[in-house]
Design a protein around this ligand. Sequence first.
Ligand code: FE2
Length: 366
Amino acid sequence: MIPPITQLTLGTQFLTLHWADGVQQECYYLWLRDNAPEARDPRNGQRLIEAIDLPTDIHAQAATLNPAGQVEITWSHEQGHSCFAPAWLRGYAALPAPRSLRLWDATLPKPYPTASYPEIREKPTALHYWLAAVADYGFALLQHVPTTSQALLQVVDLFGYVRETNYGKYFDVKSVVNPNNLAYTGLALSPHTDNPYRDPTPTLQLLHCLQNAAEGGENTLVDGFLLAETLRNRAPEHFHLLTTQPVRFRFQDKESDLVAETPLIRLDTQGQVMAVRYNNRSQAPFHFVPALIPAYYAAYRAFGQMVNNPAYQLRFKLNPGDLFIVDNERILHGRTGFSSGGTRHLQGCYADRDGLYSKLRVTNHK
Ligand code: FE2
């Protein structure tokens, strides 16, 4: 329940709202006029005016509370007035809350966030909870996906769009002769994020198991955000280097030469970790001033030791019909080696997080 506004105070630049629970909210006049309901198209909510077209000294000639508790403002420079709903105003009374994520390590209790494909296809609430798990934990599992080729593309259709790359709309992960990528061998792959050499990097990856009769071939997941926060606490000097020094990633084959440069850990303007890229196979040689190389290697090795430490890894075997989705800028994925005795066939594809978050909001409204 939103408390009512009990009083308004007109200042020279700000209108102060006094809420019944003691909160005082200062609203800049230009901001109010810029965001007045009549400044948006009622059919689609899109803005009709530009801030540059408003006089900078616009202010309220008068402001009153109407019987419905709304704030009515008569403007200094124009005819007419604006009317603001308390619920809308209250949404801006406090600054946005910091992001809250569930960071995890190997002690994350089972069952891991899991849903059933037929259920998320039929029920928007089930889809919502599955997508919310990806937002919170950075990954989720899905069971009962048909073991047919390209079924994973239909999973993506539930929340967004496939990101096509030089590997195609999807790719098969199984042993091949003369592979252009070590993923297509039976070798173990240490945890990594995919395609760090791409800009923008795909922000979601899905891997779907069609067959898994090989010995070994367990999947591993690591929460890169937890590693970054652990490094920030234990070794701030390492953390500083990994968040400020750009490094290069590269992938080359006959058709492609993809290069991207970024710090291994990217921070937002508030200092929160927003992206992690780590991929031993496509890491280009570090190319800094020589004096920086020893310190960078110390930081890189400290991070790499955590990546490969089982204490941070979830480990599970995908069965035919299982799929996992990861936030590819947060979660590292890998696998243990597997024998050539039985067939192991996975299909993977990429998608983008914006579609997933959009669907999450839409299913929340419903
Ligand atoms: Fe991968």
